[in-house]
Write a protein that binds this ligand. Sequence first.
Ligand SMILES: [Zn+2]
Length: 133
Amino acid sequence: MPRGIYKKTKEHLQKISITRKRMFKEGKIKIRPKEIHGEKNPRWNGGKSKHQKGYIMILKPTHPQAQSKGYVPEHRLIMEKHVGRLLKKNEVVHHINGDVTDNRLENLRLLTMREHMKIHDKRRKRDVKGRFA
Ligand SMILES: [Zn+2]
C-alpha cells in the first residue's frame, strides 16, 4: 500500500467509532457519537424517556391512550396494572410525595380529576410560600 493513501475499511471505521465512544465517556470529546444516541441503539433503555413535564414516559404505541408519539406516562401504566383495568380519561394518578418521577406504587394514588384538584387546592392554601406539589 503506497504511503499517504489510506483506504477506510469497515474495520477502520468501527475502530474510530469505538475510540470516539470511549473518548466521549472519558469526557475528552463533547460530541456524543451517533452510535450511542437514539432509538436505533440496541442498548437503548427500552423506550423509557423523560417527558417535558418531568414525568417518566414509556413508549407503548399500542396503548389506547398513547400520546402522539406513542408514549404513555409510566405512573398510569403502573396504576393500570395494579387495578387490572385501563384508567378512564377523568382519572388521575397523583404522586403522594410530589415527586413525579417516584413511580413506586406506594407513592401513587388513583383519583378522579375532581378529587385531584381538591388535593392540590388544599396544598396551595397550606403552603405559606405559595408553593404546591
Ligand atoms: Zn397530584
